[in-house]
Design a protein around this ligand. Structure first.
Ligand SMILES: Cc1cc2nc3c(=O)[nH]c(=O)nc-3n(C[C@H](O)[C@H](O)[C@H](O)COP(=O)(O)OP(=O)(O)OC[C@H]3O[C@@H](n4cnc5c(N)ncnc54)[C@H](O)[C@@H]3O)c2cc1C
Length: 458
């Protein structure tokens, strides 16, 4: 006798940043039905750089080998397979270096990586100009999504991948569970390689470096196939966050100072009005002043000061917000789950926020593919169990990253008197932090999830 057809099963993904997009591609590769809803008018990211660590590469490969291949096409190789730390304050000498693995932790422009991934997505599955404003998880019916344009949609599962100022999160748990200022801000830019070579020299322009000293640090690495240098400067700040809203202030959307016109257009395109005015503190960018960076680096050596000279006079200033103070109790509630920054926004100091979003996507694609929609208990019970397992497996590791990122910035900015300028201790601490991120057993994670799911369905 022919078996009866499976009941329809549909996933709604809210937000098409890195997490939402790679989840979509992972579901597409598994034949799981989904729709991606994004409030902006298209798939876009500004042009500053991002590095994706070895664990992110494994997760991409397991989500869909095409995703990994597209990433490798879009990135810029490091000159050396080592991350190098320089004492920018007292000696201009190398403090420590850490092996990245063969071709590991490579970076590229976000816009180029996202564009390469976007080509893999069947665009029929994506809807733009769809800002989520409400989610209702009704018993005995599908989950209902409402959008700011007055339209509705339904799904069997909703994944909120809508970033640090997640509307899905506040709908699930209330506005008290929101990101708070970590008392660090940053300036970012991307500069032509000839300017970098002139200011920093060839040796310091074509591979990944971090410059350390008291109260600040700087990271540089090549992007755009070696034609540009990505620069990120992070500065400690004891004051509350007050953005200068005369600049391009956009909630939850990143921008890059000194970037090209195309990037500015993209930024403005994404600066869509939000209906979420009830959430405070959404203004995370503002117009900054290079003088602030010059003041933070005033006693540093010329080699490090030359990095600050690469910024325009009025760069955009980014506040670093994270979920340390107000963590959500769980990444799932009924048939709705949170992923990426929506679940566990962390500081950028270990270069792993997006990587952990990609790991989340792998976890979700694995468990959603496994959901048994034919089971006697009903698909809703199974979806809830599956999301509960997702939370169990992801929660501790991702919450650890938030704390570890704060620990790392203290280390990089010599705030920890024990390890600050004690280079062997500095090296040991860095190695332990990065290896915990990079060497995670993602096959083991998948196995654990599927084992838990099987046990829950007996
Ligand atoms: C300075 C800096 C440097 C970093 N460097 C690195 C690095 O080198 N490596 C790394 O791994 N990570 C890095 N990170 C972290 C990384 O950028 C983030 O973790 C990652 O981009 C988060 O992706 P996401 O998709 O979860 O969220 P987002 O990128 O914020 O995407 C959320 C999406 O949801 C959409 N959206 C929001 N609200 C709604 C709504 N109501 N309805 C519909 N759509 C909505 C938004 O428009 C957006 O497209 C860095 C972060 C910063 C700030």
């Amino acid at each position: 006798m022919a078996s009866s057809p499976s009941p329809p099963f549909h996933v709604a993904i809210v937000g098409c940043g890195i997490t939402g997009l790679v989840l979509a591609i992972g579901l597409q590769a598994r034949g799981v039905s989904f729709t991606l809803y994004e409030r902006a008018s298209g798939i876009s990211e500004f042009g500053a750089g991002i590095g994706l660590s070895p664990n992110a590469e494994v997760a991409m490969e397991l989500l869909d080998p095409a995703l990994h291949a597209a990433f490798k096409e879009a990135i810029t190789p490091n000159g050396l397979d080592y991350f190098q730390w320089i004492d920018g304050f007292a000696t201009n000498e190398q403090i420590f270096q850490l092996y990245l693995g063969k071709d590991g932790f490579q970076g590229g422009r976000r816009s180029e990586i996202l564009a390469a991934w976007a080509k893999l997505l069947n665009q029929e599955h994506a809807q733009f100009n769809k800002e989520l404003v409400a989610v209702t998880d009704n018993a005995n019916g599908p989950v209902l999504l409402k959008f700011a344009d007055g339209t509705n949609a339904t799904a069997d599962v909703v994944i909120g991948a809508d970033g640090v100022w997640s509307r899905t999160r506040s709908l699930l748990y209330g506005d008290a569970y929101r990101a708070s200022y970590s008392h660090h801000y940053c300036f970012r830019t991307v500069v032509p390689m000839d300017l970098s070579i002139e200011a920093l020299g060839k040796d310091r322009s074509f591979t990944r470096f971090m410059y350390n000293g008291p109260g600040a640090h700087a990271i540089t690495y090549p992007v755009a196939k070696g034609t540009m240098l990505n620069v990120l400067v992070v500065i400690g700040d004891s004051k509350p966050w007050h953005p200068d809203i005369t600049g391009h202030a956009v909630a939850g959307v990143e921008s890059s100072a000194g970037d090209n016109m195309a990037t500015t257009a993209t930024l403005e395109q994404r600066n869509v009005p939000s209906h979420d005015n009830g959430v405070a503190n959404r203004q995370t960018t503002g117009r900054g002043n290079r003088k602030d960076a010059e003041a933070a680096f005033v006693s540093w050596l010329p080699a490090a000061k030359a990095i600050i000279g690469l910024f325009p006079e009025r760069p955009d200033r980014w506040a670093i917000f994270d979920m340390l103070e107000n963590p959500v109790p769980s990444y799932s509630k009924g048939r709705v789950a949170l992923a990426g920054d929506a679940a566990h926004a962390s500081g950028p100091h270990l270069g792993a926020g997006a990587a952990f979003g990609i790991e989340d996507a792998l976890a979700l694609a694995t468990i959603l593919e496994a959901v048994d929609t034919n089971h006697a208990a009903g698909k809703d019970v199974h979806v809830t169990a599956a999301l509960d397992i997702y939370n169990k497996v992801r929660y501790d590791r991702t919450q650890w990253l938030i704390k570890a990122s704060r620990e790392a910035v203290d280390l990089f900015q010599w705030k920890d008197p024990e390890r600050g300028q004690n280079w062997p201790g500095f090296g040991d601490a860095i190695t332990a932090l990065f290896h915990k991120i990079w060497k995670y057993d993602l096959e083991g994670m998948k196995k654990e999830m599927l084992g838990l799911y099987e046990a829950s369905t007996v």
